[in-house]
Design a protein around this ligand. Structure first.
Ligand SMILES: NC(=O)c1ccc[n+]([C@@H]2O[C@H](COP(=O)([O-])OP(=O)(O)OC[C@H]3O[C@@H](n4cnc5c(N)ncnc54)[C@H](O)[C@@H]3O)[C@@H](O)[C@H]2O)c1
Ligand SMILES: O=C(O)C[C@@H](O)C(=O)O
Ligand SMILES: [K+]
Ligand SMILES: [Mn+2]
Length: 353
């Protein structure tokens, strides 16, 4: 019997709606599998927790999480209670950074049963590999003076270690997929970090001469996601560029509500964390119409991470067949609610397994 200890953090907004639904799906997977036990430890860390305790998680929060095999998170952020940079910085980004989850993998591909808003999407299948530890997301900088004299500095940090690491990961993935690599740059406008990014790409690519590689400026590449996504395969990007590209990737799939993600720890010292690309969606929270597919597909990525590929495949088929049968939430043109979609996916798993 394989046992996995999962820390569960629903977080804020629709995270609290979709995480319990994805856990019901995971329980069904464990049941039909027979040899897999999933043990959950729930943590209520969120913006509400902050209002009560003055922090997003307790001081021993990371110690508690470090005891699990993986973290399953919903979304963080409730700007009506806590400023976003405080809430995300104190929980989501803190875990990514402290647990050295240095890579964020975010697939954007067509799945059955969802119509892309593109008129001719041509069966695209992209894997965004986002640098997840540094870059534009840095606490280096500050604000000084007041009024018209106020000055702010926000530094970007790019290290050889992290940039070569994310590129190696992306090249390896491209090789595994028999694919090719596109690097997101902006070396025409950002004159230190992005030429450095390009130089590291050139250096690392020496070990991957079998992988066709090119570089595109982020502005042009963003447009290519819309105009010719089928020409892209693995896309490697800095923290901010990867963040933006993954929302575009989600949009061309049909909805941000379906896009999954994995924050991967590569050195084995800490757990990896699985959470969908979307946020807490305050505009629809409480209506029961959040699309659970992003969170459920994220659960598939977590199963894949633990080499339960077969279960992941069953799960993806169950998602696709449910959507194809027309059971879907309003964001993708349906009129079912969160629970109805989840119930249908669970029934499909039981049928397929
Ligand atoms: N990883 C994360 O935890 C994460 C990611 C993005 C944003 N956030 C936070 O979430 C809050 C809201 O941010 P935002 O509005 O920029 O982005 P968002 O992803 O929460 O929402 C953007 C739009 O997509 C819709 N949407 C998102 N998920 C959906 C789902 N599952 N089903 C149906 N529709 C869905 C929302 O209703 C909204 O119209 C902010 O506090 C932000 O900082 C957190
Ligand atoms: O990384 C971020 O900026 C938070 C959120 O937008 C995300 O994509 O996870
Ligand atoms: K999320
Ligand atoms: Mn984002």
């Amino acid at each position: 019997m394989k046992k996995l200890d999962i820390s569960v953090i629903p977080g804020d907004g629709i995270g609290k709606e979709v995480v319990p639904e994805a856990l019901r799906v995971l329980d069904t997977i464990a049941k039909v599998h027979g040899g897999l036990t999933l043990n959950y430890t729930h943590y209520p860390w969120s913006s509400e927790y902050y209002v009560e305790h003055g922090k997003m998680m307790p001081d021993n929060g990371l110690d508690l999480l470090s005891q699990s095999d993986a973290i399953f998170l919903g979304a963080v952020g409730d700007p009506s209670l806590v400023k976003d940079h405080i809430s995300l910085g104190g929980l989501l980004l803190k875990i990514r950074r402290e647990f050295e989850q240095v890579i964020n993998i975010r697939p954007a591909k067509q799945i059955k049963g969802i119509v892309s808003p593109l008129t001719n999407p041509r069966d695209f299948d992209i894997m965004i590999v986002r640098e997840n530890s540094e870059g534009e997301y840095s606490s280096s900088g500050g604000r000084v003076h007041h009024g018209i004299d106020e000055i702010v500095v926000q530094n970007s940090i790019f290290t050889k270690k992290a940039v070569s690491r994310v590129m190696e990961y992306a090249f390896e993935l491209a090789r595994k997929r028999n694919g090719h690599l596109t690097s997101a740059t902006k070396s025409n406008g950002i004159v230190h970090s992005m030429p450095f990014w390009d130089d590291v790409l050139a250096e690392v690519s020496q070990n991957y001469k079998d992988i066709p590689t090119k570089s595109e400026h982020i502005d042009a590449l963003s447009a290519f996601f819309i105009t010719k996504p089928h020409t892209l395969d693995v896309v490697v990007a800095s923290n901010l560029f990867g963040d933006i590209l993954s929302d575009i990737g989600a949009a061309i799939m049909g909805s941000i509500g379906i896009a999954p993600a994995g924050n991967i720890n590569l050195n084995g010292k800490y757990p990896s964390m699985f959470e969908p690309v979307h946020g807490s969606a305050p505009d629809i929270y409480g209506k029961g119409i959040a699309n659970p597919v992003g969170q459920i597909w994220t659960a598939k990525m977590m199963l894949d991470h633990f080499d339960e590929m077969e279960m992941g495949t069953v799960l993806l088929h169950a998602i696709e067949q449910t959507l194809q049968s027309g059971i879907k939430t309003p964001d993708i043109g349906g009129n079912s609610n969160t629970t109805e979609v989840t119930d249908a996916i669970i029934a499909k798993i039981e049928e397929l397994a």
